[in-house]
Design a protein around this ligand. Structure first.
Ligand code: FES
Length: 122
């Protein structure tokens, strides 16, 4: 008999709070889909941040979250498309732009860039 963990998602865009049992080792996004709740996604490879969430309780499996910086992982953000159930977890969805902005915003929007460096870092 396989172990399952209760995973709760505060789906902010839909105004819903959903809990499903997810089998140990299964990806959370896929398991929710199979149980009738297709959460936001795009690439399914841990690269685009469309499925980004912030952890409210528990620990999220980050091994395959290539699209998130170490900094954002340390701040409790995770990617549900590649996060596998390892224990009880409560998360809330983020706006795709919110995580994108946190991760890349400081690199863009600082004016002109030459040879990959902002001008004020030359
Ligand atoms: S769907 Fe792209 S990072 Fe999860």
């Amino acid at each position: 008999m396989s172990t399952s963990h209760p995973i709760t998602v505060h789906w902010r865009q839909e105004g819903r709070v959903i809990t499903h049992d997810v089998r140990e080792g299964d990806t959370i996004l896929r398991s929710f889909e199979l149980q009738g709740d297709p959460l936001p996604f795009s690439c399914r490879n841990g690269c685009c941040t469309a499925c980004a969430v912030r952890v409210l309780e528990g620990t999220i499996d980050q091994r395959e979250a290539l699209g998130l910086s170490k900094d954002l992982r340390a701040k409790g953000y995770g990617l549900l498309c590649v996060a596998r159930a390892t224990g009880p977890l409560v998360v809330e969805t983020q706006d795709e732009d919110e995580v994108y902005e946190l991760q890349f915003g400081r690199h863009f929007g600082r004016g002109r860039v030459r040879q990959g460096l902002p001008l004020d870092e030359e």
